[in-house]
Design a protein around this ligand. Structure first.
Ligand code: C2E
Ligand code: CA
Ligand code: CA
Length: 614
């Protein structure tokens, strides 16, 4: 495609070739003048001057990185003609003076032909279309000349000269191939033959410079295969490599020559469209293009004996003439691609500012959360739990983040903490705090039977989590207290290695702690899974409770959950109880415990003691 390096190379040689022509040319004119045969050479030198001036103009017309594809090809076409012309002039000089035997100037022009051909074969090796014709233009007339001397020594010289031509062609062609191979390796990804990251970034940078002038636009597609790691891990890297090759081939065939395609490493590919005028361009085109590509990539792959199905997540970023850096563009395409992953993979997202804002807030929150945790601005509040006689029987510990004068909701920061892994440390800290509170309340004399703590699935997956709990229990909780503790887990545990989760839960249950299935009915739960998990209690999600106050919504869920619970002999807590009607309905259906704003929200542990202590 773009042979930027070649252009640069021939641009650099222009001045050298001009100097190598003008100076010896001048010496020749002086010699010719001394021998009174200056006429032809003056005319020749004038032509050389004109050609040189044109060459200089070409040199000044070149703008690295800024010229677009068409302008560059046109410029390069002219540069080729310039090189042909300036070397042809030496052949012209040869023709003019080859018969000047008397003044012996014919020796000089024979010599200049030979040196010119060496110069051409050394200095112009980057493009065969340049050096091959020039070598022929310089040396074939010389062989003809020797041939027409019509003596044995003439024939021999003619042959030698042809031989010399062949050697020069061979030598420069070898250098040419070596340079090409080097160029190729520097620019390409060896596995797929697509461009590599480094070349792509330089290309993008140049494109941006061009867009700054031309006010055109282009777009960038970032493609990441879904679950590629699984293929690599389960079928081996051999198969993984074959998949990448096949994917690269499909992308290449689909995008044809209209895109620059690169592999960014791993299973990440990028495509960059050629630049177009703003009014010729629409984001719908880009989207439709991506859709077509996605469905092509999703067709089954046959690799060795395997039949594989692969999808991809694609982020699209429109590139306009702004001052942002290439990295910024890639990052934004990345944000869009990750959003596609978040939305369940196998999809296409076009980058937009709202998305950027969300990601920015996310990152800021992530940073702030880290410091908030270090400064212990993360605390537990406790929401009371009631029985059907409205007596306090327990509490649920709910985390609160105090950020200056406001609270940030755990709905926002818990998912972030889970993604970054910070939840493991935060969770451990909160567990210890909760255990301390339980001890404190016991000593102050609150008779609660039920002390619930939310546990993230990320915590359950921590190596030695059960052992950590055991140590905490030994430190804080006698057996009687342990029996009050319920760990609330959500149905997301079912998405993990279930036997591993069950092992951990069993170990913890041996300590006397029980498990509660939080947000029941909203996630993965199925009856068969419910049976597999060693749980003691179900919490009806607040969404189902809130349905109860709306006439047109489904009321069958709550009775259904309650009958399942009876079937498995589990106690049931309803959360999010806000009205008397909900409360009455739940009692009537046989629910055991109740939690919600109808009674109280989560409050600090001291407030809790004040309100519900003896
Ligand atoms: P969850 O475990 O389902 O907690 C119940 C949420 O409902 C709490 O929100 C609670 O304040 C709220 N709520 C209680 N009564 C009512 C009501 O009558 N109406 C309504 N609309 N809402 C009510 P919160 O405290 O914002 O917690 C949100 C979620 O954050 C929790 O949902 C839980 O999944 C997570 N979370 C909270 N604390 C922790 C924690 O310490 N560790 C972990 N891993 N997750 C936590
Ligand atoms: Ca909960
Ligand atoms: Ca819930």
């Amino acid at each position: 495609m773009f042979e930027e390096k070649n252009y640069q190379f021939y641009y650099n040689q222009i001045i050298l070739i001009i100097l190598l022509s003008l100076l010896p040319g001048l010496v020749f004119v002086i010699l010719a003048w001394m021998h009174q045969v200056v006429g032809g050479s003056l005319f020749w030198y004038a032509l050389l001057l004109v050609t040189s001036i044109w060459g200089m103009q070409l040199k000044y017309r070149y703008e690295a990185g800024v010229m677009d594809f068409d302008a560059l090809s046109q410029w390069y076409g002219n540069v080729k003609i310039f090189y042909y012309a300036i070397f042809s002039l030496w052949t012209l000089l040869f023709i003019l003076y080859a018969a000047e035997v008397e003044s012996k100037l014919h020796y000089i022009v024979i010599f200049t032909q030979i040196t010119s051909s060496v110069v051409a074969s050394v200095l112009l090796v980057r493009d065969r279309k340049i050096f091959i014709p020039i070598l022929l233009i310089l040396l074939l007339p010389l062989s003809l000349y020797f041939f027409y001397i019509d003596t044995l020594y003439g024939y021999v010289l003619s042959l030698f000269n042809l031989f010399f031509l062949a050697i020069l062609l061979y030598a420069s062609n070898s250098t040419y191939k070596l340079i090409r191979m080097n160029d190729y390796q520097a620019k390409h990804d060896m596995l797929t033959g697509l461009y590599n990251r480094r070349y792509f970034l330089t290309f993008l940078e140049n494109l941006m410079k061009r867009l700054g002038k031309s006010k055109k636009v282009a777009y960038l597609l970032l493609i990441d295969l879904d679950y590629f790691k699984t293929i690599n891990d389960s079928l081996g890297h051999d198969v993984g490599d074959k998949v990448l090759e096949a994917v690269a081939r499909r992308i290449k065939n689909y995008a044809k020559k209209r895109y620059i395609i690169a592999r960014f490493g791993g299973d990440e590919f990028v495509l960059l469209s050629l630049e177009r005028k703003v009014d010729e361009y629409s984001i719908d085109d880009a989207y439709a293009f991506a859709q077509g590509l996605l469905s092509l990539l999703k067709e089954p792959y046959r690799i060795q004996q395997h039949r594989l199905y692969i999808s991809a997540s694609i982020g699209i970023k429109v590139i306009t003439a702004t001052v942002t850096s290439t990295n910024e563009f890639i990052k934004e395409a990345d944000i869009a691609m990750y959003e596609a992953k978040e939305k369940g993979r196998d999809g296409i997202i076009v980058f937009n500012e709202a998305l950027a804002k969300r990601v920015q807030i996310y990152h800021e929150t992530e940073q702030k959360l880290y410091f908030a945790f270090r400064n212990r601005n993360i605390v537990l509040y406790y929401q009371p739990l009631f029985d059907k006689n409205k007596r306090v029987v327990g509490s649920e510990a709910l985390v609160r983040w105090k950020d200056n004068n406001r609270y940030i909701s755990p709905e926002i920061f818990i998912p972030i903490a889970e993604k970054t892994g910070l939840i493991v440390d935060i969770g451990y800290y909160l567990l210890e705090e909760a255990f301390k509170t339980l001890v404190e309340w016991d000593q102050e004399g609150i008779s609660i039977q039920h002390f619930a703590i939310n546990i993230s699935v990320k915590q359950l997956l921590v190596e030695r989590f059960a052992e950590q709990i055991e140590i905490l229990c030994e430190q804080y909780l006698c057996e009687e207290r342990r029996n009050k503790v319920y760990f609330e887990v959500t149905e997301s545990v079912l998405a993990e290695d279930i036997s591993r989760i069950v092992t951990v839960m069993e170990k913890i249950k041996k300590l006397g702690i029980r498990f509660s299935m939080d947000d029941f009915g909203t996630g993965y739960s199925s009856l068969s899974h419910l049976k597999e998990l060693p749980i003691d209690q179900i919490k009806i999600d607040k969404s189902f409770v809130s349905y109860l106050s709306q006439k047109d919504l489904d009321h069958t869920m709550v009775p259904a959950i309650l009958s399942i619970a009876k079937l498995f002999d589990l106690s049931v807590v309803a959360e999010g109880v806000e009205t008397k009607e909900q409360f009455d309905f739940l009692i009537e259906q046989g629910c055991d415990f109740f939690q919600g704003y109808y009674f109280n929200k989560a409050i600090s542990k001291d407030e809790f003691l004040f309100l519900y202590g003896r």
